[in-house]
Ligand binder design. Structure first.
Ligand SMILES: N[C@@H](CCC(=O)N[C@@H](CS)C(=O)NCC(=O)O)C(=O)O
Length: 196
């Protein structure tokens, strides 16, 4: 896939989502496929002071961390023609300007028998990013998510929608990091509700 072929409309572009993009792409696309990329693990190690948090109380959202033994499941969206420029302009604001993510090309493996991999664009927040928060225990991350909200909504919605996607669309994948944080966040919420 050459950039000039995408620009000329001769070939389409695939965009891989693994966080809010799996349940809220918010751009027009031709078709989508559930699948995975290799060599990365999904971690709630990126801060968010816009969509799901604030400068005072930054939320936590996901990024990808290189790990040769790992795979990350999500959804890839195929965009073609005018959808290419429209989606990239939109995602540049949502992901890069507001979120601090940078772009990379990876191989996406659609779920299903013998489907060949396709090259896909992915947005990754690297550790040199000013919003990067890094590792913490599921309890610490869960508590932070339970307490944060931003201009797009509550950080809990971001977490639970992603966990729901994995349970519904990737039931064969055991994402201990995601589900342990979800359990911890919901425990904090239950205490807050009981204290009311
Ligand atoms: N790039 C990842 C993560 C994307 C992500 O969660 N980005 C945040 C920006 S910090 C976002 O779009 N949030 C919108 C929302 O929370 O509804 C993906 O492919 O899904």
């Amino acid at each position: 896939m050459k950039p000039q072929d995408i620009i000329s409309g001769k070939s389409s572009l695939w965009i891989f989502g693994y966080g809010s993009l799996v349940w809220k792409p918010d751009f027009k696309y031709k078709r989508s496929e559930v699948g995975h990329i290799k060599g990365y693990k999904r971690r709630f190690w990126h801060g968010d002071n816009f969509h799901r948090g604030s400068d005072e109380l930054p939320g936590r959202v996901v990024t990808l961390i290189e790990d040769d033994d790992a795979a990350t499941w999500g959804v890839a969206f195929e965009v073609s023609g005018s959808q290419v420029e429209e989606s990239l302009k939109y995602l540049n604001v949502r992901e890069t300007v507001c979120g601090g993510y940078v772009t990379k090309m990876v191989d996406f493996f659609p779920d299903g028998e013998n489907e060949p991999p396709v090259s896909a664009l992915v947005y990754i927040a690297t550790s040199d990013n000013t919003l990067y928060l890094g590792p913490a225990s599921p309890e610490e991350i869960g508590a932070q998510i339970a307490m944060c909200r931003g201009k797009t909504g509550h950080n809990l919605e971001y977490l639970v929608r992603l966990a729901e996607f994995m349970r519904n669309s990737c039931p064969h994948v055991e994402d201990r990091h995601l589900f342990s944080i979800e359990a911890a966040a919901l425990t904090v919420v239950s205490y807050l509700l009981a204290a009311q």
